[in-house]
Ligand binder design. Structure first.
Ligand code: MN
Ligand code: MN
Length: 297
């Protein structure tokens, strides 16, 4: 990454942090999910950046990959655990960050467990640290507080225009890890559930977020399919998107469904806790430096 890339990445990080902090003042019982996400995505655009993926708002046992659908009328329920996950893209450089807001003091400890796990993980990051060691730290913090880490959700490396690139960073101790490298960018994201939870997520039948399987669309023979794929390619640069962002999607939904079935578009199913228990998440994006890391979010 050159200096211009580093500047863009840091700027993405500052915007992501600002938007995340804004979510603290708007997430309240009874507020509509679509209002929260549209407002936060709008703030990113106001800053001259782009959302790197649709604003995720995941409530209680919903762990990841939910963004409001077109005409979504759901609201934030009372006493819920609300996760907001935000991605900001500046010239392809991506910052990814998340926060959990508890609307019931009873849920505050599970929020603090992931916040502390994230802080402790960040403290040990430096060139050459093993992902298994980071997973071990996250697992120990979460279990020592009486909760359970989500074993099949991980942090990840980030490269330009690629949110999930290469290396994964587990939230549990694993047998064999890989080494973090100098100047590489990683998102660290501990997830926890209750001690009686399944400790893993499963796919639900709902999908609200998609991504183009890049490069496959040029061969498209049918014009309407090619047009939609080209629009998605040009508008979203291969990054995740949601139908909410596509003008007149209602008219295109059948073609969209078809190209999803054909595998030309990848879909991210909404992930839920296997036993239906609440899930908390915290996430920062870091750059590995000579002596440690720089948290950009
Ligand atoms: Mn995220
Ligand atoms: Mn992430």
């Amino acid at each position: 990454m050159d200096d211009a890339g580093l500047d863009a990445l840091r700027r993405a990080g500052r915007i992501a942090r600002k938007v995340r902090e804004k979510s603290l003042s708007i997430v309240r019982e009874g507020v509509s999910l679509i209002d929260v996400c549209s407002l936060l995505e709008g703030l990113i655009l106001d800053e001259g950046a782009k959302p790197a993926f649709p604003c995720n708002i995941c409530i209680n046992d919903v762990a990841a990959h939910y963004t409001p659908t077109i005409g979504d009328r759901s609201i934030i329920p009372p006493r819920s655990l609300v996760k907001i996950d935000i991605g900001v893209c500046v010239d392809g450089y991506i910052a990814d960050t998340a926060i959990t807001i508890s609307l019931d003091s009873y849920l505050q400890p599970i929020v603090e467990a992931v916040n502390t796990a994230l802080l402790e993980a960040v403290k040990i990051i430096k060139p050459g640290v093993q992902t298994s060691t980071i997973g071990g730290v996250i697992q120990r913090v979460i279990t020592s507080r009486g909760f359970k880490p989500i074993r099949n959700l991980t942090g990840h490396e980030i490269t330009r225009y690629n949110l999930h690139a290469g290396l994964s960073i587990p939230n549990i101790q694993i047998a064999r890890g890989e080494k973090l490298e100098l100047n590489h960018v990683y998102a660290i994201e501990p997830f926890a559930t209750m001690s009686d939870g399944g400790g893993e997520v499963v796919s639900s039948n709902t999908t609200t977020i998609y991504r183009l399987n890049v490069g496959k669309f040029k061969l498209e023979k049918l014009e309407e399919e090619r047009k939609l794929l080209e629009f998605i390619y040009e508008r979203f640069n291969g990054l995740p998107y949601t139908p909410r962002w596509i003008p007149d999607f209602e008219k295109l939904s059948k073609i969209h469904d078809k190209i999803v079935r054909l595998g030309k578009i990848y879909s991210y199913p909404v992930l839920v806790e296997r036993k239906g228990r609440p899930v908390s998440q915290a996430e920062h994006t870091v750059i590995v430096t000579e002596k440690g890391c720089e948290v950009i979010t």
